[in-house]
Design a protein around this ligand. Structure first.
Ligand SMILES: Cc1ncc(COP(=O)(O)O)c(C=O)c1O
Length: 378
């Protein structure tokens, strides 16, 4: 029987096990000192003053858009995205409007964003697809040109990515990360919003916990302000807390993020070398002046479905990212303009397994299975 190569497999070490065990022995598994430490260390790594840990990347996106008060407005984003993206816009009371992507990185195309930025657009939500940093200078310029529309980064797939020496997550008014089990680092499940703005930080923290504020007092409650049990609620929020168990895992993973990303780079380089020159197969490449986090290794081919089947027959799991969001009923109305690059790309994209636990011999098996497909069937 052939050994299955899964699409993704996270690996935990003694550090993670010990960290979780210590939280369990400490008696308080909910949000507490570990979450605070994780927020501080994550923000420090990015050189930013504020971070708010939450229960998922989707919660991070939802909170960021809610903090910007996009309710009743539009948010411009790419359609070639995980459904968490348009869903978070809708949950925050907005409507997604979709832009086209660039053919190589599959990131949102700055020119397409420029055309989309009409008077109802309250924010741009920009993902770094598969860990490839988006063209942030051009995108920020477009947002400035449209009257200073805030740009929120979806850095869910870009933990550790850099553009021109600057880390993904440090460009936008806020940036959102995901720590689900398939990401560059994981907490089991979790997310983070980072920002330079103290005001947004405070709003994010309140919205994360039912809209509860200890800083203010509601009308008629002024005399209660300062009592230990008292809190105010100015607007309804959510319960999007991260637990200390998840944060302990995250802290240990953060320590290993660079070495895990280096292993991803090695695998990407091996795939590029092993798959180069196959007619009909395009390979991803990190753009000059960027460091890709290689959360995905996305090849493109007109023979995507038979290649997927062939890989499955060889015990190799691969993925497709994504059917564009505007193909789903709830998000159909966001496709206001043609998106020719997206329409061609989604039928051709195939994600090969890439993760730190993938061994050299497994990567070699993937390469030979892809080569075998193109030499036998074309
Ligand atoms: C680009 C992108 N945004 C948002 C999310 C949502 O993150 P989560 O699964 O942690 O809610 C994901 C991951 O699934 C993602 O890949």
């Amino acid at each position: 029987m052939i050994e299955l190569i899964p699409f993704y497999r996270p690996v935990f070490e003694e550090a993670e096990r010990g960290a979780v065990e210590r939280v369990l022995s400490g008696g308080w598994p909910g949000m507490g000192p570990k979450v605070e430490e994780f927020e501080r260390r994550f923000a420090d790594r990015l050189g930013l003053p504020y971070a708010v840990a939450v229960s998922s990347g989707t919660a991070a996106l939802h909170l960021a858009l809610a903090a910007l008060d996009i309710e009743g407005g539009e948010v411009a984003t790419s359609s070639l995205a995980f459904v968490a993206v348009p869903q978070s816009i809708v949950l925050a009371g907005g409507s997604p409007i979709f832009c086209d992507v660039e053919p190589d990185t599959l990131n949102i195309d700055p020119e397409s964003l420029r055309v989309a930025l009409g008077p109802r657009v309250k924010a741009a939500l920009v993902a770094h697809q598969g860990g490839h940093p988006a063209d942030m200078e051009a995108l920020l310029e477009v947002c400035r040109g449209a009257g200073g529309i805030p740009l929120v980064e979806d850095a869910a797939q870009a933990c550790g990515a850099e553009r021109k020496g600057r880390q993904a997550g440090t460009f936008g008014v806020m940036a959102c990360f995901s720590f689900d089990p398939a990401k560059n680092m994981t907490c089991g499940e979790g997310g983070m919003v980072v920002t330079r703005s103290r005001e947004l930080w405070q709003r994010l923290r309140e919205l994360r916990w039912f809209g509860i504020s200890k800083e203010t007092a509601g009308p008629g409650h002024e005399a209660l302000r300062g009592r230990s049990w008292y809190y105010n609620v100015e607007r309804p929020g959510f319960k999007y807390l991260m637990s200390d168990i998840n944060a302990a895992l995250g802290l240990a993973q953060l320590e290993r993020l660079d070495s895990m990303n280096r292993r991803r780079e090695e695998i990407a380089a091996a795939y590029r070398e092993g798959l180069e020159g196959i007619p009909g197969l395009s390979l991803p490449q990190a753009r000059a002046d960027t460091r890709c986090a290689w959360q995905r290794f996305v090849v493109q081919t007109d023979f995507r479905e038979p290649l997927l089947d062939h890989l499955a027959s060889r015990g190799i799991e691969a993925g497709v990212h994504y059917l564009p969001a505007h193909y789903y009923e709830p998000y159909r109305s966001g496709a206001l303009r043609p998106m020719p690059v997206c329409e061609r790309a989604w039928k051709r994209v195939l994600s090969l397994p890439i993760y730190p636990a993938l061994t050299d011999s497994q990567a070699a098996r993937v390469i030979s299975a892809v080569r075998e497909f193109f030499s036998s069937s074309r």
